[in-house]
Write a protein that binds this ligand. Structure first.
Ligand SMILES: Cc1ncc(COP(=O)(O)O)c(C=O)c1O
Length: 451
């Protein structure tokens, strides 16, 4: 690496790099945050400042930065082979990871299809679901149901099933048509019910779509328990239990996008485990490698797999694959991640931290702009409003997210709110004391911006 000063790197960054989900005009006005190294829940920038990584580097890092076991797993694999194609070929890390996944998941899941990020895991799920119905003799089942406020990635198929206008609306002319159902957004209930007395009326919109169109619908895609990028909208498991019954009644597939929630984030290894139901297709990415390298899987059971299993001439092959599908370095670190999760009893060990996070969230209630506080597992979210009574939010022009982010940095934490929703999603290695510290920083940052 060139031995340049922070200032020189910053100038080059602004000059050459186009950052994702970032208005570059804003970005260029401040000193860029250039991260140099990390350890555990902390990262250090090039200037030497230390920050708590309060959002796990975009929800990927579960076991902390620079974990020695994970580092060593990659180094060991690197000396064998860095990459090999997975089409008509295989390698040991991919095989071992697939076996571990199938063994740990509900027995209904039997097959693992690799790709390389969350969006591609979703693209695979959508194509697979549609093609499944074609092979079953129902080609007219070519539409999907997705929820308002949903986010499933940034490729065009994933955007088609997305429901966040701010990110998705502009691409509408490029997208395929879907049916959009209500979001289980209790704080802003689409059916104007109260959480305590509701009977999941938001599911009526799914049922209504299916009453009229079930023969055209391949499946419904959801983010289980938490609609993440749509605003950390946390909802009850009962919604999923009832949705599964609706899927069975109308013969459509339930696609469970656990890209963000899988691998312990909700307090169980997979979010669907809270519900006792089994989805038909599961998408996993992010935490699969503990946030180390891009890797994703779409996992299905035998019913779907067998619909593709036939003589080549029938052209039932699943024609999908990315150059870096199932990369061996990524698969080997994912295998080590599994070993750590098991050997170090990680899911059990985070239970007290989950309680701690929940209790720390209570202090936000007293702030005058806190409209709603949401929590599940290692996620806490705070929805900020102009007025608690009317629930009116701040307009996006206020750039609340950016302002709080900057205040957070000044105080030593990376917190990057989603619009009006400030959230915590720290690596699981955070201690209870550090949870207090992180939430205190967020508390002070909100006060600095809004009071
Ligand atoms: C639920 C969900 N699905 C899919 C994706 C897309 O994953 P990736 O950013 O790896 O493409 C995300 C990313 O945040 C997500 O939260």
């Amino acid at each position: 690496m060139l031995d340049l000063s922070y200032r020189e790197w910053a100038e080059k960054d602004i000059k050459y790099v186009w950052h994702p989900f970032t208005q570059m005009k804003d970005y260029g006005q401040d000193d860029p945050l250039i991260i140099d190294k990390g350890k555990g829940i902390y990262v250090w920038d090039l200037k030497g400042n230390k920050y708590i990584d309060g959002i796990s580097s975009w929800w990927v890092n579960t076991l902390g930065h620079s974990n020695e076991r994970l580092n060593d797993a990659i180094k060991r694999q690197l000396d064998k082979i860095e990459h090999v194609l997975l089409a008509g070929c295989s390698h040991v890390p991919a095989i071992e990871l697939a076996e571990r996944l199938i063994k740990i998941m509900n027995t209904s899941f039997t097959r693992v299809f690799y790709s390389d990020n969350g969006s591609t895991a979703v693209e695979v799920a959508l194509k697979m679901a549609y093609q499944y119905w074609v092979h079953k003799g129902y080609p007219e089942k070519n539409k999907f149901i997705a929820l308002k406020n949903s986010y499933h990635g940034d490729t065009l198929g994933a955007v088609s099933v997305g429901g966040v206008d701010l990110y998705h609306k502009i691409y509408k002319p490029l997208l395929f048509d879907i049916f959009q159902a209500d979001s289980p957004y209790c704080y802003r209930c689409p059916c104007e019910k109260q959480k305590e007395s509701c009977n999941f009326e938001c599911l009526n919109s799914v049922e209504k779509i299916l009453e009229e169109n079930a023969n055209k619908v391949a499946g419904i895609i959801i983010e289980p328990l938490v609609q993440g990028a749509g605003g950390m909208i946390i909802y009850d498991k009962e919604y999923i239990i009832r949705l599964k019954k609706i899927c069975e009644k109308y013969n459509i597939l339930l696609i469970d996008d656990e890209v963000a929630m899988g691998f312990g984030r909700t307090g169980e290894m997979f979010a669907y485990e809270h519900t006792g139901i089994t989805p038909d297709i599961i998408c996993l990415a992010k935490g699969i490698t503990a946030g180390y390298l891009p890797l994703a899987v779409t996992v299905v059971g035998e019913e779907i797999y067998q619909a593709f299993y036939d003589d080549y001439e029938t052209l039932k092959t699943f024609f999908h694959g990315h150059s870096f599908t199932g990369n061996p370095l990524a698969a080997s670190v994912a295998v080590e991640n599994f070993k750590i999760l098991e050997e170090e009893n990680v899911i059990e060990s985070i239970q007290p931290k989950i309680k701690k996070l929940k209790s720390e969230l209570q202090k936000f209630e007293e702030l005058k702009n806190v409209g709603d506080i949401r929590h599940v597992g290692m996620i806490g979210a705070i929805e900020l409003v102009k007025d608690k009574q009317t629930k009116e939010g701040f307009s996006f022009e206020k750039k609340l997210s950016l302002q709080i982010h900057k205040e957070g940095l000044k105080r030593g934490a990376i917190i990057r709110p989603l619009g009006n929703v400030l959230y915590f999603m720290p690596p699981y290695v955070i201690t209870e004391e550090e949870i207090t510290k992180l939430t205190d920083i967020a508390y002070d940052s909100i006060k600095a911006v809004l009071e």
